[in-house]
Design a protein around this ligand. Sequence first.
Ligand code: ASP
Length: 415
Amino acid sequence: MSLHWKIIIGMIFGIIFGLLANNFGLVLFTQNWIKPFGVIFVNLLKLIAVPLVFASLVKGISSLSNTSKISVIGFKTIIFYILSTVIAVTIGLILVNVIQPGNAFSEIAKNDLKKSYSSEIVEKINSAEDVQGGGPLQFLVDIVPSNIIYSATENKNMLQIIFFAIIFSISMIMLPKENVKYVKGFFDGINDIILMIVDLIMKVSPYGVFALLSGLVVDFGGSSNIFIALGMYSLTVVIGLLIMILVFYPTILYLFTDIKYLQFFKGISPAQMLAFSTSSSAATLPVTMERCEQELGVSKQISSFVLPLGATINMDGTSLYQAVAAVFIAQAFGYDLNFSDQLTIILTATLASIGSAAVPGAGMVMLVIVLSSVGINPQGIALIFAVDRILDMLRTVVNVSGDATIAKLVDAYND
Ligand code: ASP
């Protein structure tokens, strides 16, 4: 049986088990004896992210013949990433303005939600203020580490690791081959070992997603009612995400690459399922890289650069969700957003998604910044808090699919 079927079965059993556990008093059992295996599984994935990104970037970039190629690839990648994000935000804005989910939202539901989530909201707003603290160039300062060993101790410093790996590999290209042949051999070996570890982790992934999803269902308990109360909003986000997955990415692949969408979908689906189960593009990264290289035919040079960067900065699903959520909250509060407010949302949601960390719930923290940019009270996130986790799972699938699509696109235009 192929891997994606095994993972689907693991997911379905996980959800069924979680629902049964809720009904038959097995909640504690699931939390104590099953959920930890989900945590271990995610830790395993995160464990290899730093060495994988470093070794594969060094292997990928140092095999390029000259340094000018790197800037060409880098330039194309950034342009494609920004374009796809702007398109995603625009799709979200059009949908939320047409469907107007906020206007259908009852006063009672609004007040209930505001009351229930007031304490969690303070936490999110504080995190957003931390992010906003620095000056306009703070993001550039944050990319250049002062100590690489320190950077490597936190997965969230991925851009710093990418930065160091790039200057390391560029210097390797600039030196005579003879001087660096052992270093090259070393990183080639590390890279192969890490890929073998990814293979091993994927073997246990059906059990991993089982544990993750049963734990999640148990944690959520009976909150499905709230999902329905926020139905129009959730539906608007889901329609937007489906447009990305079923229309936008297939069109890009059809027009600019030679891969059939079904083949792309089959190849990338295990990564999509992990994205859904873990809600984290960073945790999914090792699998995204492996699938792109081995199933989609993306060259190592491209995937090693485009995918780690994409996991960190390219979040089409997150940006689309931020646009829908911002306008939904504005509608629910009765704010009138004019055309220039909507343009501001395009700009800030694009930047906010770039700034969102690739971990669960990060998109919502950055949503606070989008709301402030158009003068909406950030407390408004209380309205959407209840359904955020499930939407997070779905938008992470789009984030990962977007990275893979752009990797394929850059690969197709790399001669
Ligand atoms: N969970 C998302 C990711 O890792 C980020 C977010 O939208 O919260 O891609």
